[in-house]
Design a binder for this molecule. Structure first.
Ligand code: KG4
Ligand code: ZN
Length: 390
């Protein structure tokens, strides 16, 4: 079964053709990162307009790359929730129109479900049977072993750690398409925290990748960081220390998270380090930091954020000793330090960690396998803030 997956929930316009939920025949992603790097974040109205321009060329290329015409496509899947209202509208209106025009069944998919199902996709777009990235052993305090590495797909029951720009949740999945939220953030999502800390440190948007680079001693060159201050442009080799700044772990009950305190802790530590009062404008702090300090803050923050995520997953494994697999999903799953820390968890290929159409098609395939009916293309709605449990 070949599904065309369409994704436009935030600032990526994406379409992909996937066979039987696992084999990627094409995967086209047009990112608006360059536009929003100028502004330091996504502007919803601009994102919607960019989707409108890119949508049809992206879909045409996805079909072309897959060597398919409309007769080869069995269904269309589209993200209808959650996300930016205008962005979701462009994707769903396009999918609805195409479904009516080409007489294809239409499936509406929740964005977080798609991120989770990126872990079922084969790694190679050429259909090579790659195993998801995992090695070593992740054990809960109760000591249970997780499903061995030779399994191509994750085993149920599983725990999904969803870490994106808008969400931080732990989901319990007894089987396909069954989701129970067992932990969630009380305030900021972890990806949002990476983005906000990057802003404090003067690193470019999106913050996740630039923090990860700075934590390795690499600060974007003036080519990519337009107008970078001279102090960051030197080619001096930096070895960052992740132990230089001690940042607190939030005291949140159970499996829930809180990341706004960590962001504030970085802000206070930077203010203390450069010797200014807390009333000092935060957008000016970056001008007072050296390259070494920026890299040390990035490394210390990244280490703390990863530790917090790992602690909660360990707690969840203790609480759910029957767990067979842990899967990690969402943009932050691209983070190498997190991949290193959760050695036996499943991760999507780094290119599939962020928003893409292949994961939408994969999620729809497993919905169809579970007996889901297609949605009505004349009345499909969008839900910018709906939970995965609804
Ligand atoms: O899943 P995603 O692409 O979009 C949402 O659904 O929100 O996630 C985007 C988030 C951003 O906050 C971005 O900074 C973060 O994922 N991110 C990373 C990395 N790559 C992207 N965070 C940490 N390390 C990375 N390598
Ligand atoms: Zn996403």
């Amino acid at each position: 079964m070949r599904i065309l997956g369409i994704e436009t929930s935030c600032d990526e316009t994406a379409a992909s053709v996937v066979e039987d939920g696992v084999k990627i025949l094409s995967n086209v992603v047009v990112s608006q990162i360059d536009i929003f790097a100028e502004y330091g974040g996504v502007i919803p109205e601009v994102a919607a307009r960019s989707h409108l321009e890119a949508m049809m060329p992206v879909i045409d290329k996805a079909l072309d790359d897959a060597g398919c015409n409309w007769d080869d496509i069995d269904a269309i899947a589209v993200t209808h929730a959650p996300g930016l209202l205008g962005s979701l509208l462009i994707g769903t209106l396009t999918a609805r129109t195409l479904a009516i025009l080409h007489n294809k069944p239409l499936y509406a998919v929740h964005h977080l479900k798609s991120h989770v199902y990126a872990n079922w996709l084969h790694q190679s777009s050429k259909g090579k049977q790659g195993t998801p990235c995992h090695s070593g052993t992740l054990q809960g305090r109760s000591g249970q072993s997780l499903c061995p590495a030779e399994h191509i797909a994750p085993c149920f029951p599983l725990l999904a750690l969803v870490v994106s720009g808008g969400h931080t949740q732990i989901l319990y999945m007894p089987g396909h398409n069954q989701f129970e939220i067992i932990g969630t953030t009380h305030d900021d999502a972890v990806g949002e925290c990476f983005d906000k800390v990057a802003k404090i440190l003067g690193l470019p948007y999106p913050g996740g990748p630039s923090i990860a680079k700075a934590a390795e001693g690499i600060i974007c060159s003036s080519d990519t960081l337009k107008g970078a201050r001279p102090s960051l442009q030197s080619s001096e080799h930096i070895i960052p220390s992740s132990n230089r700044y001690k940042l607190p772990h939030p005291k949140v009950e159970g499996l829930d998270f809180s990341f706004s305190g960590l962001k504030t802790a970085v802000l206070r530590a930077v203010q203390k380090e450069v010797g200014v009062p807390i009333s000092y404008p935060s957008h000016k702090l970056k001008d007072l930091l050296s390259r070494q300090q920026v890299c040390d803050f990035a490394a210390s923050f990244q280490k703390t954020a990863v530790e917090i995520l790992c602690e909660k997953i360990e707690m969840a494994l203790t609480k759910y000793p029957e767990t067979k697999s842990v899967v990690v999903a969402g943009g932050v799953s691209a983070n190498e330090e997190l991949r290193g820390a959760l050695k036996d968890a499943y991760f999507p290929a780094p290119s599939l960690s962020g928003d893409n159409g292949a994961m939408v098609a994969a999620a729809a395939y497993y919905e169809i396998q579970s007996g889901a009916n297609p949605t009505n293309p004349y009345s499909l709605n969008i839900y910018p803030r709906i939970s995965i449990e609804k």
